[in-house]
Ligand binder design. Structure first.
Ligand code: ASP
Length: 354
């Protein structure tokens, strides 16, 4: 009897440790959704770090070029688009988000990486941050040099992105952008340098770093995102037009009219300084607001945040301020907000909360 129970115990222990071993050996499952960009680019020679064609190399070739990926995750690729990111349209943004949302619902999947051109990576990362209902890591990655160039940055960036996408610590932090060893919040990050590998920057700092296959975290986002967001891509089929008008000395107020004529339901004013509006343009913006268009004051400065009722009496004019969102991010939030409301106060609440 004792012998029997002992052997039963050893079988149970063996089974238990087997299960534990299997768990330890299980690599995270990560899908790489490729959209093009320089990370899939190719140049004529190794010295072409800035002159090349974006969106050339298919995702399976990118994956095959980094055998080390298999050490950190079970990876498979999916080609969503093959475009340079300056050519992204709202329709493609919605299509991508819908695909990511459906992938995220697969219980076997741990994380999603999206390869993307760097030009509008910040728009896509913010959009996904607002509309995909998941706490699984969604990691966007690009490169500043094509894979054919000397010191190409795409290979390590992609490896790092897969590490982050498979990391349990990356869950619940909203969309992430991994570039140049840094992990940024997809909300905060912006492209600041157009020709160097340290192109991406967040004014409130990156969330962490990824070094030699390990993640190191220092901060968490506080703004509403993903599972806590009121936006859901499964309920969004199209985005209303929002256009940006760039502020400068001696600007032309007719530009706002042109934006309205082009169908804008909101205009993001990329104002000088604190989102300032020239005295000779105020009446035009007031008139457009009275026709139903929303006016969102952002700033062309880059850092800081636009203060409500400071440069202009926003309460009186029923305008909105973009808070710390740069004009291109403000455009994304304004478009989504307009799928829910036409009330400027509601729009303003969303700009404070997201
Ligand atoms: N124009 C390219 C793009 O955004 C630049 C890049 O990927 O770095 O697709």
């Amino acid at each position: 009897m004792q012998i029997l129970s002992q052997s039963l115990l050893s079988v149970a222990l063996a089974l238990g440790s087997g299960a534990l071993w299997a768990q330890a050996a299980r690599k995270p499952q990560v899908v790489i959704v490729a959209t093009g960009g320089t990370i899939a680019g190719a140049g004529a020679s190794a010295t072409n770090s800035a002159t090349y064609q974006a969106a050339k190399v298919p995702v399976d070739k990118l994956i095959a070029g980094i055998p080390e990926l298999a050490q950190v995750a079970q990876v498979r690729g999916e080609q969503a688009f093959q475009i340079a990111s300056e050519s992204f349209t709202n329709e493609q943004l919605v299509e991508l988000a819908r695909r990511v949302s459906s992938l995220a619902k697969n219980p076997a999947l741990d994380g999603i990486v999206i390869t993307h051109g760097t030009d509008t990576l910040e728009e896509t990362s913010f959009f996904l941050n607002l509309v995909v209902k998941t706490d699984k890591p969604i990691v966007l990655v690009g490169s500043m040099r094509p894979g054919t160039s000397m010191s190409a940055d795409g290979m390590l960036n992609l490896y790092n992105a897969v590490v982050v996408a498979g990391s349990p610590e990356a869950r619940g932090k909203g969309t992430l952008v991994v570039m140049n060893d840094q992990i940024h919040s997809g909300r905060d990050v912006t492209k600041r340098v157009n020709i160097q590998t340290n192109a991406f920057y967040s004014q409130w700092g990156p969330l962490g770093m990824v070094v030699e296959g390990k993640t190191f975290w220092f901060r968490s986002p506080v703004k509403r995102h993903t599972t806590a967001s009121e936006f859901d891509i499964d309920a969004v089929t199209a985005l209303p037009a929002v256009h940006i008008v760039y502020g400068s000395g001696s600007m032309s107020p007719e530009l706002y009219q042109a934006a309205a004529k082009a169908g804008a339901q909101a205009i993001v004013h990329a104002g000088t300084g604190n989102g300032s509006v020239p005295n000779y343009a105020v009446d035009m913006l007031k008139a457009l607001r009275s026709q139903g268009l929303h006016i969102v004051r952002s700033s062309r400065v880059g850092d800081g945040f636009v203060l409500r009722n400071s440069e202009q009496p926003d309460d009186r004019y029923d305008w909105v301020v973009a808070h710390d969102l740069n004009p291109q991010k403000a455009k994304i939030l304004a478009a989504l907000a307009l799928t829910k409301t036409r009330d400027a106060k509601e729009l303003q609440r969303m700009f404070w909360e997201y």
